[in-house]
Design a protein around this ligand. Structure first.
Ligand code: HEC
Ligand code: HEC
Length: 385
């Protein structure tokens, strides 16, 4: 992997968290908090929800292959207020957003044909001379970039791949007999300073899920109750945010649905196969695509040998381009006769987190409160870095 450390874009949280908005100012779902309501110096990326605004920052970081403080002052890492300060590169980035918009409008009928990534390709300075080395070597395939090929030789159908998956997990009958589970393990991410901290997960069929990371600075909770979802996290600009219809809710719903995969065929619609076979870490995988209820495109990668789900890849559209979110599943173990991944890694443009379970209790009784709207995250303690 290229320059991972440079690309780690996460922001360490600090105790003051100046920009955090009190819960009383929470909007209703139909009236999301806009970037300019939360941040102080938004001049171009106005009129988009806070979550999408933060995703545009991840898109920039990924496109230029650099972390947040490349375009912001160093102190922003400890103090959200500092992101508002203008520095030359931030001004350049603003001008670039306007340039890209103008080109797309003028030359591509307003379609987002050109993005930061088109030119920058993960570098601060776009290249101007073509590379002979690139031209004459076979590039390593990125399984995330695989797309459906028209008239591809017909492999197994979506139904066959999903049936094999259900079979590999233990079969429909056993899956149906698992109705709740609680798990404990560890979480590791930028918001835990890449140290393992305690993790709890609660899930209830057909599709409710809560996951809590007990970070050094306080608890970060993501909840989906089957209809609505929330993130209450200490490292976010707002300490409780409802998940918005579209990619945010689609993602939370799919993560919950995948805890009880008996209904996987209904979890997504418009299933498509016809992807070339590809590999993830030398394991051959079969790829399916589906569309979630809110319109998000999702690819699922199944290990050709074991039939188990190896990767989920979903896409989030932002005003400046589309960002991918990847979840890699491994260490499948049996819980009440059903195979469950005990290890998963979430990778997105803003960071990477690793979840590891060490104990899971099946079919435990579960209070409804486990899946209700969490309280705003409370920053408990600062950790010197
Ligand atoms: C390529 C440059 C670039 C990178 C990299 C970048 N930003 Fe920004 N950021 C900007 C620009 C430009 C603005 C102002 C946008 C506007 O005026 O509409 C901004 C604004 C912000 C704001 C709003 C501040 C305020 O109060 O007005 C926050 C918060 C922020 N960025 C966080 C981040 C985080 C977190 C990262 C890393 C994931 C990041 N940025 C990476 C260019 C960048
Ligand atoms: C059409 C090609 C193109 C696109 C699209 C593009 N850029 Fe650039 N960008 C450039 C070029 C060329 C430079 C100048 C590099 C140099 O001076 O070597 C540059 C420079 C920059 C710099 C200053 C780098 C430095 O430190 O000198 C930033 C920051 C930047 N771009 C951000 C962005 C962002 C954010 C986007 C998307 C909104 C974007 N660019 C889209 C071509 C592009």
């Amino acid at each position: 992997m290229k320059a991972v450390t440079r690309q780690v874009t996460g922001i360490a949280v600090a105790y003051f968290m100046g920009a955090a908005i009190a819960s009383s100012q929470q909007p209703r779902a139909e009236n999301p908090l806009m970037a300019e309501q939360v941040f102080k110096n938004v001049k171009v990326l106005k009129g988009i929800p806070v979550g999408e605004f933060m995703d545009t920052m991840g898109f920039f970081a990924a496109s230029l292959g650099l972390n947040c403080v490349y375009c912001h002052v160093e102190q922003s890492m400890e103090n959200w207020d500092k992101f508002a300060e203008d520095v030359p590169r931030k001004e350049t980035a603003r001008a670039m957003i306007l340039m890209v918009n103008a080109i797309n409008k003028g030359s591509f009928g307003g379609r987002r044909a050109l993005t930061c990534y088109s030119c920058h390709r993960g570098a601060e300075h776009p290249k101007v001379v073509p590379s002979l080395a690139d031209q004459y070597t076979v590039p390593q395939e990125d399984p995330n970039e695989i797309e459906i090929v028209k008239d591809a030789p017909q492999g197994p159908s979506a139904d066959q791949i999903l049936d094999k998956y259900i079979q590999a997990l233990g079969g429909a009958q056993r899956l149906a007999s698992l109705t709740t589970f609680a798990g404990q393990g560890t979480y590791e991410g930028y918001d835990s300073y890449h140290v393992k901290v305690p993790l709890e997960i609660y899930a209830q069929a057909p599709g409710e899920r809560t996951i809590i990371a007990h970070t050094q600075n306080g608890d970060s909770t993501t909840t989906f109750d089957g209809h609505a979802g929330w993130v209450a996290a200490v490292d976010k600009p707002v300490h409780l945010l409802p998940l918005l219809p579209g990619p945010e809710l689609d993602g939370a719903r799919l993560d919950a649905d995948l805890c009880f995969p008996a209904g996987i065929k209904q979890a997504l619609a418009q299933w498509r196969n016809g992807f070339p076979v590809t590999t993830i870490e030398d394991r051959e995988v079969q790829v399916l695509q589906g569309i979630a209820g809110g319109g998000s495109r999702v690819k699922l990668y199944f290990d050709s040998k074991t039939g188990l789900l190896a990767r989920q890849l979903r896409y989030t559209n932002t005003i400046v381009g589309t960002i991918p979110i990847q979840i890699d599943y491994s260490d499948y173990r049996e819980v009440a006769g059903v195979k469950m991944p005990f290890h998963w890694i979430v990778t997105w443009t803003g960071g990477q987190s690793t979840m590891e379970l060490n104990a899971v209790q099946a079919n435990v009784s579960m209070e409804a409160a486990k899946f209700s709207k969490p309280a705003p995250a409370v920053v408990t303690k600062a950790v010197a870095r």
